[in-house]
Design a protein around this ligand. Structure first.
Ligand code: RIB
Ligand code: CA
Length: 313
């Protein structure tokens, strides 16, 4: 029996890779893809979700949830890493879909339609997840599992010394989600940066003869260039793809029950994820956290999934 998933994302090339993996994984049924502002604006994130689905044209087209505008402008973006359009400046065409439903409504609808069966993989700021909780306060009792790419345990941040990008962009929503009763798995930078795709990865992804291979080969080279130019790295981190593998192949990760929270303000600490390791009643764990991974095996998983996508497109 396939497992129902919702991919909540702010495409972003690594989001797009995770989506490409999920859409063609025979173990998964992607019932919805919901967009959230982060790497790019909310409107561009919605356009990118539509564009990726148009490029990949999966046999079962998932519902699309549109990113809503945020109360305050996003405090950062990642266009220097992913390109002005978020997808390597390919300006993929996007067919406007008339049925524009808010992301949080789609999340609530799909979770309610399959109680305790849906895994939500959050690959961007947690704005939509917090809004879904506000829309349906009982959501924690009917959602299967929430897998979050975000935060750090002891690794440095990537948008500030203290904070990881997804949490930094909307710390208030992240705190709401961390403090909720949802069954949560956090995949922090400590783990996603353990998984490095060096240049040989580009030779191993599917060739241009498939839609998936063509899409990957149009987008990934941009990421290698930006990682070298802005991060001084000879390789890339597909953070969101690693988070998806944590949802499908958890045996490749060491997971610990931990008590996590989010700093929502602070000149230096906004968006920092803080873990209480004291042995006190109030330090009771509220999530499981991936603390290490078999990097080579995770990369093999990513390549296998992309191979499935190529065979299907
Ligand atoms: O910090 C990495 C996260 O920020 C990833 O989800 C990437 O897509 C960006 O959104
Ligand atoms: Ca992302």
């Amino acid at each position: 029996m396939t497992r129902k998933v919702i991919i909540d994302c702010d495409p972003g090339i690594d989001d797009a890779v995770a989506l490409c993996m999920a859409l063609f994984d025979p173990r998964l049924e992607v019932v919805a893809v919901t967009a959230v502002g982060g790497n790019v604006s909310p409107e561009q994130a919605t356009r990118n979700v539509q564009a990726i689905l148009d490029q990949l044209d999966p046999p079962r087209r998932p519902r699309i949830g549109c990113a809503g505008e945020t109360a305050n402008p996003l405090p950062a973006d990642a266009r220097h890493i992913f390109g002005n359009d978020g997808l390597g400046n390919n300006d993929f065409p996007c067919i406007e879909h008339h049925q524009r439903h808010p992301a949080e409504k789609v999340i609530c609808d799909e979770v309610r339609a399959a109680p305790n069966q849906v895994t939500v993989v959050a690959c961007g700021p947690l704005t939509n997840i917090a809004r879904a909780l506000m829309r349906d306060p009982d959501l924690p009792s009917v959602i299967g599992q929430l897998v979050i790419m975000g935060g750090t345990v002891s690794a440095p941040g990537n948008v500030t010394p203290a904070a990881e990008f997804n949490i930094y962009c909307d710390p208030a929503s992240a705190r709401t989600v961390f403090r909720s009763a949802m069954t949560k798995t956090l995949v922090p930078l400590d783990v996603t940066t353990q998984v490095v795709q060096t240049f040989d990865f580009l030779d191993q992804i599917p060739d241009e003869s498939s839609r998936a291979g063509s899409f990957l080969r149009k987008t990934l080279p941009y990421l290698y260039r930006s990682h070298r130019q802005y991060l001084g790295e000879e390789g890339i981190h597909l953070h969101d793809a690693v988070a998806l593998v944590a949802a499908t192949d958890r045996e490749l990760f060491e997971l610990k029950q931990m008590s996590g929270d989010v700093e929502v303000s602070g000149e230096l600490t906004r968006g920092a994820t803080v873990f209480d390791r004291r042995r006190l009643p109030q330090s009771r764990p509220n999530m499981e956290v991936a603390v290490s991974a078999d990097g080579a095996a995770v990369t093999d998983c990513i390549l296998r999934s992309l191979g499935e996508a190529a065979r299907a497109t």
